[in-house]
Design a protein around this ligand. Structure first.
Ligand code: GUN
Length: 312
């Protein structure tokens, strides 16, 4: 756990500690690379991650390129498939079946969202659960909810690693998760429960969101609405994890320019919170780092290797 932030002089504006997701993600990737080297040297196993991109969504293109690059940098094998936007569900299911059967592939990620003609849930549930490094399949969802085990979705896992590093023991903390998506909100609730937090979930029908936020020691915002959570909703000293990555257009000397912002009004929240993730540079880098971590976990499980035996 990090040292508490130093006290401010009476007239200096309150400034939360910045949660440095880039630094934590770099440490996770370095540990993954070390484990990959041990797996190769002791067991002759090189973890392989297959990423499937259907269509040409520009944001997905960037994510997939970064995933491939970081997979290779960690010493793992990267398998990338790009399929046209017109791909049918039947064709994608056939591709998933080939990856499920491929012994060199330990983890499979089908980039979401998928084109309209494809039923996302049918694809997710066709993944072999032991290769589902996103942790989205019904088996892994059930394992997390009922047993606190299984493959853990990467973004919530990244948030949890940041919380453990910057808060330490989470037991008894009041945690509010804003957003109930299958990708982030729901698995985040389960992870915080596993850590013995008192968990509340807020969503679009929540009656007084500001009041719910003011009660939270830990606030996780995952709604995809730029600057939606206001500074005066934050409990003084709270830890704020902003999962939102929203591209907004702002006026500039050249006309307009794009900027990434989170779901929290950062400039106001940073004066109230005890610690906060910036956007970019907070949760974002943790997602791919946790994907690499999950791929090592998957490779170990498929080769009956205790991941604990890879520790330095
Ligand atoms: N699209 C946006 N985030 C994710 C993710 O975590 N996994 C997959 N498969 N697609 C995504």
């Amino acid at each position: 756990m990090r040292e508490p932030r130093s006290s401010m002089t009476p007239d200096s504006p309150q400034q939360a500690r910045l949660i440095d997701g880039r630094a934590t993600a770099a440490r996770v990737r370095a540990e993954v690379a070390r484990q990959v080297a041990v797996l190769a040297a002791r067991h002759g196993v090189t973890p392989g991650l297959a990423v499937v991109l259907v269509g040409d969504d520009p944001a997905s293109e960037v994510y997939v390129r970064n995933k491939g690059k970081q997979t290779r940098e960690a010493g793992m094998r990267s398998f990338e498939t790009r399929l046209p936007a017109s791909t049918s569900q039947h064709e994608l299911l056939a591709h998933v079946a080939r990856l499920n059967a491929d012994k060199a592939v330990h983890g499979i990620l089908v980039q979401l969202p998928l084109p309209r003609q494809i039923d996302e849930l049918a694809i997710i549930d066709a993944l072999a659960p032991e290769k589902d490094v996103d942790g989205f399949s019904i088996i892994n969802t059930g394992l997390l909810a009922a047993r606190g085990s299984g493959m853990i979705p990467c973004t919530p896992l990244g948030c949890l690693l940041l919380l453990k590093e910057y808060v330490g023991d989470l037991g008894g903390q009041r945690a509010l998760v804003v957003g109930r998506s299958n990708l982030v909100g729901k698995p985040m609730i389960q992870l915080l429960l596993r850590e013995h937090c008192t968990v509340t979930v807020a969503h679009s029908r929540t009656r007084d969101l500001a009041e719910e936020c003011r009660r939270a020691d830990i606030l996780i915002a995952a709604i995809g609405k730029p600057g939606f959570i206001k500074g005066d909703w934050i409990r003084p000293g709270a830890t704020v994890i902003d999962v939102g990555i929203n591209r907004i257009s702002e006026p500039s000397s050249e006309g307009s320019r794009d900027r990434l912002v989170g779901d929290v009004d950062f400039d106001a929240a940073v004066r109230v919170a005890g610690a906060i993730t910036p956007v970019p540079g907070g949760v974002g880098p943790m997602t791919i780092a946790c994907l690499l971590k999950n791929t090592v976990t998957a490779a170990c499980a498929q080769n009956r290797i205790d991941p604990g035996s890879l520790s330095g």
